[in-house]
Structure formats: C-alpha cells, structure tokens
Design a protein around this ligand. Structure first.
Ligand code: HXC
Length: 522
C-alpha cells in the first residue's frame, strides 16, 4: 500500500487481516493435524483457561530474527507461542501457550523473549503464570541461540519461584532440556494419551545407548510420571480436565507471596462435629485405615485437592479449606507401606511444605506413622539425606503449623511430621495416639537383650515386656504429662480445635536469621 492510498479504513482492514493471519497460526492443515492427534490449538486452550473475553494477547506479531535454513521465509506471527494475560475466576493470571502448528512450537530467541516478557510482567504485578507446553524443544535452526533462550526461561522460572505461583500443563511432547522449565515450576499437570510425553532422552537413543526397548508412553507418559517418577503432580484425563485442574489449583493459591490465600465462604459451619470420625480408626494399631476419609470429614464440604495423588501414597498432601481458610494438609496413610516414610514420601512432603510456606498457607499435620523405612534399599538411596528434607522444611516454615497425632507417632518420623521442638505451634493428640522412640517389639529386644537371653521362657518374657511398654507409651498421656502435647482431644472436636487454632494464629509472625539462603539437603 503506498502512502497516498492509506485511509483509516484501509489501515484498520490491514490490521484485521494481519491479526487473522496470526490467529491462524501454522495454517489450516497443521491445525487439522493438531486436532487429529486429539490436541487443541494454543488459542483454543487459552480460551478454556480464561474467563470469556478477558484474554489480552501481547507480542502477537513477533517473529524470529533468524535467517538460517530458510527461517526468514518461514516467519510466522507469534513465533510458536501465544502470550498474554487475562482473568481466571475474576483474578489476573498470565499465560503462555506454545503453538505446535507454528514451527512445531519450538523455542527460539523470540519465543523465549515472549515467555520472559510474560514473567517480567507477572513478577511486577504479582500474578501467577500458567505455561501450556506443546513443543518440539529447542529450535534446531537457531542453534545455540535457542539454548540461550531456554537459559533465559529457566532463569525466569527460578526468579519467580516463591514469588508467584507457577503452573505447567504438559499438552504435547517435551524432550531433552525442554523438560526442565516445567520441572522448575511449582506444579505440573499432565494429560493422559499418546500425544503427551516428556523425557530427557527418548526411546530411540535409549535403545542405542542401553539396548533397552521402551515405548514413548512407558518412558515418559503421564501415568508413568504421575505414579513412578513423581515429576507430575496432577494426572489429567484430557485437555479440558487439565485446564479444570489448573483453575481449581489457582482457587487455593494467593496471587503472590505477599498476599494471603483467597478466603471463600464455603457455607460449612466452623463449629460442627466431625461426624463418625472415630469409627474410621481401628483401635488395633496394626490395622490400616484410609487417612483421606478423616481429611474429607474435617475439611469444608469434603473438598480436598490432592497433590501427587498417585505417587508416594504412604503420605498424603494437598489443599483444602477449613472455615473458608486455605490450609495445606500433610498426612500419613497406613494403607500404603504401613504409612512408613520412605525417600519419595519425604521428597513429596518436603516440597509441598516449602510451597505452602512460601505462599502463606498454614500447615496441618495428621499423624499416623511407625517411622522411617529400614533396610538397604532405602539406606543406599539416601533415606538419611531425603528424610532430612522433611525436618528441614517443617523447621524452616514460618506459617502456622498445627499437628494432630491420630494414632502412631514413632521415632524420627514423629519429629518429621512436625512436633513442638521443631517449631509446631500447637500439637494435639487423639486418645488413640501412641508416641514413643520406637515400636514396642524393637524397644523390648534392645532394652531387655540380656534378660531375654537369660530367660527360661523368652517368648513369654518378651510378650510381658511388650505389654508393659505399650501400657506406658501407647497412649498420648505420657507425652501430655511431659508437656509435649497441648491437649488430648475427642476426635469429633478436631475441626473445631483446628478452626480456633487457625484463628488464633492468623497474625503469627516468626523471624529467621538473615541469610542468603539455607542449604536444604538435596
Ligand atoms: C525445528 C522442529 C523441531 C525442532 C519439530 N520441528 N521439532 N523444528 N526444531 N526441534 C518441526 C518439524 O520439522 C515440523 O515442521 C513441525 O515441527 C512438527 O513436527 P513433526 O515432526 O511433524 O511432528 P510430530 O510427528 O508430531 O513429532 C513431534 C516431535 C518431533 C516428536 C516433537 O518433531 C521431534 O522429535 N522433534 C525433535 C525433538 C528434539 O530432538 N528436540 C530437541 C530436544 S533438545 P513442519 O514445517 O513440517 O510443520 C532440547 C534442548 C533444550 O530441546 C535445551 C535446554 C537446556
């Protein structure tokens, strides 16, 4: 268009055409290919995430500056990623959504700049970032510049860590270093299905290097990462489900580390009894029970957003509301490994505790654990190093910390679930609580080693001593007499007790020595 031909109408029409072209991404055929894999496009995903009509796109026309391999002729508006902000349930949220239809959603310099821009703005205003990943990884044509781009994104992930919540949705492939931006964020939601996978090294190279044959899904599918590796926090049935999980998660989180988590009037009475809760716990402490049943009954309307639901199930972590206030729950589940704490459980709990602490979410511990798991497998893998993370995380946390000992609470695990000396603000126990350095069987064999050897009837002797030991320690009163328990409560009062404690602790302030940062055992 020459200068003299320009009219406002024409200029606006030109803009409209250009925007239309940008919205088409990689074009009709590639959109069809995307849909044929069961995947939505980058923009369709954002439309599901944001409240209708609230999305503001930025850097819509940005394209690659690279010229190698004919990239200058393949330039596409957006450079493989749609970026901007909008409202999710009325609250400001930033997002980037990689567009697989443009250059395979690959990351080059401009693509990285766009993601960094979203982070810069999100950090300035204190709002969460949701990243929707669907990409062939580093853009090969842009060489080391693409790798610099990843470095830029990783750095933004780290700068934002603990300042604004970061949620990643895995909505396509992720290979090589591309998996590390998701890994640096707070939560990964991954969709089930052949089109979605993430691994550092794919099946082809695995075969060449190790001679090991494995499918894409068995190596890096959503189910594997949600159950075995613990990389994925939430398993989504499909694309819509992934977005729903992200929205539900956001509803529990403050927008940044300077805000309180969002209060919501749930309508569930603060002072109600926890109905029939005492019937869930068998008085025979050798019998397992489902701790989640207790959680559902304590929290508002039974709503509990479990994190890492399918991994390290011997510990349960997640978000709920109690009298409208968000809490983070850490609980043992004796249906798995008898609720003993292993490496994965310690990692899972420690990361969750630190997230809650960073974002002002009070912590509730519900305890029923016989201890850390013994044996060569766990010792060789470093249960000492990993188990220490829970101790570190609870001791470091300055948010309100309330512990309720439901049943077993033994040894190092008793401490790791948050006790007074480690910094718990209030520790309660049910009448079913058992609190001791170690379980009766082990304790008796150590304390009475010589007597057992000298006894004419060692079995009877051991039985008698176990009964004596249990009488002394298999109750909450010995510890309560020593001032280690703030009160022994009736199970039905648990919600009321937590509500009052949370209310009292609302303005809790606790300070730490100034330091650059601590050195959590990793
Ligand atoms: C440039 C790429 C690309 C890449 C895909 N494309 N990956 N272009 N660089 N890394 C392009 C394709 O050429 C194609 O372009 C379009 O994206 C779609 O790709 P297809 O192969 O047709 O799609 P599909 O069959 O679904 O396979 C998807 C895929 C595969 C599994 C992701 O493309 C693939 O294996 N790509 C390479 C993955 C990879 O090795 N990436 C580097 C990882 S290392 P057209 O024009 O035909 O649509 C890494 C380092 C990060 O990322 C380092 C951080 C520290």
């Amino acid at each position: 268009m020459s200068q003299e031909e320009k009219t406002m109408d024409k200029l606006i029409q030109e803009l409209k055409n250009m925007k239309e072209k940008a919205y088409q991404g990689g074009g009709e055929d590639r959109i069809k290919a995307q849909h044929s894999k069961g995947k939505l496009t980058a923009r369709e995903r954002l439309a599901l995430l944001f409240d209708e009509g609230t999305f503001n796109e930025i850097m819509t026309f940005a394209t690659t500056k690279a010229t190698e391999f004919g990239l200058d002729k393949m330039k596409m508006y957006g450079d493989g990623v749609v970026t901007g902000w909008g409202k999710v349930d009325g609250r400001t949220v930033f997002a980037y959504s990689q567009d697989f239809t443009e250059l395979g959603g690959t990351l080059g310099e401009m693509h990285a700049n766009k993601i960094a821009k979203v982070y810069e703005l999100a950090l300035k205003v204190g709002a969460p970032v949701v990243g929707i990943n669907d990409s062939g990884g580093a853009r090969i044509q842009e060489g080391a510049v693409a790798l610099e781009g990843y470095g830029q994104v990783f750095k933004m992930n780290v700068m934002a860590s603990g300042v604004i919540p970061q949620i990643t949705i895995m909505a396509g492939p992720a290979a090589g270093g591309a998996v590390y931006s998701p890994a640096l964020t707070d939560f990964i939601i991954m969709i089930k299905g052949d089109a979605y996978y993430m691994f550092v090294t794919g099946p082809e190279i695995t075969k060449v290097v190790l001679g090991e044959e494995v499918s894409f899904q068995d190596l890096g599918g959503a189910v594997i990462h949600a159950t075995k590796s613990g990389v994925v926090h939430f398993l989504a049935e499909n694309e819509q489900d992934a977005i729903n999980i992200a929205k539900r998660l956001l509803s529990y989180l403050p927008s940044n580390n300077m805000e309180e988590p969002p209060f919501m009037d749930t309508g569930d009475p603060a002072d109600r009894d926890v109905k029939d809760v005492e019937q869930i716990v068998p008085t025979d402490s050798a019998k397992p029970f489902d701790m989640k049943e207790i959680i559902y009954r304590i929290v508002d309307n039974g709503e509990f957003l479990e994190v890492h639901k399918h991994w390290a199930q011997n510990i349960v972590v997640g978000f709920a509301r109690i009298a409208g206030n968000v809490v983070g729950i850490v609980a043992n589940n004796s249906q798995y490994l008898g609720a003993a704490i292993d490496i994965d459980a310690a990692d899972k709990a420690a990361r969750f505790i630190r997230f809650c602490d960073a974002f002002n979410i009070p912590l509730i511990s519900l305890v029923d654990t016989p201890g850390y798991i013994p044996g060569t497998d766990q010792e060789y893998k470093g249960i000492i190093r990993h188990g220490a993370k829970m101790l570190y995380a609870f001791a470091e946390a300055t948010v309100p910390k309330i512990t309720v000992i439901i049943r077993k609470s033994y040894g190092g695990a008793h401490i790791a679930m948050s006790i007074k000396s480690l910094g718990a603000d209030l520790v309660y126990a049910w009448p079913t609580a058992e609190i001791a350095v170690t379980g009766p069987e082990g304790a008796v064999r150590i304390l009475y080693k010589k007597e057992i050897q000298a006894s004419s009837n060692p079995d009877e002797f051991i039985k008698q001593k176990i009964a004596e030991y249990r009488k002394l320690f298999a109750n909450p009163y010995w510890s309560a007499e020593k001032g280690l328990i703030d009160d022994v409560i009736e199970p039905k009062d648990t919600r009321r007790v937590i509500v009052s404690a949370l209310e009292m602790l609302r303005n809790k302030r606790e300070y730490r020595y100034p330091k650059k940062h601590g050195n959590i055992p990793l």
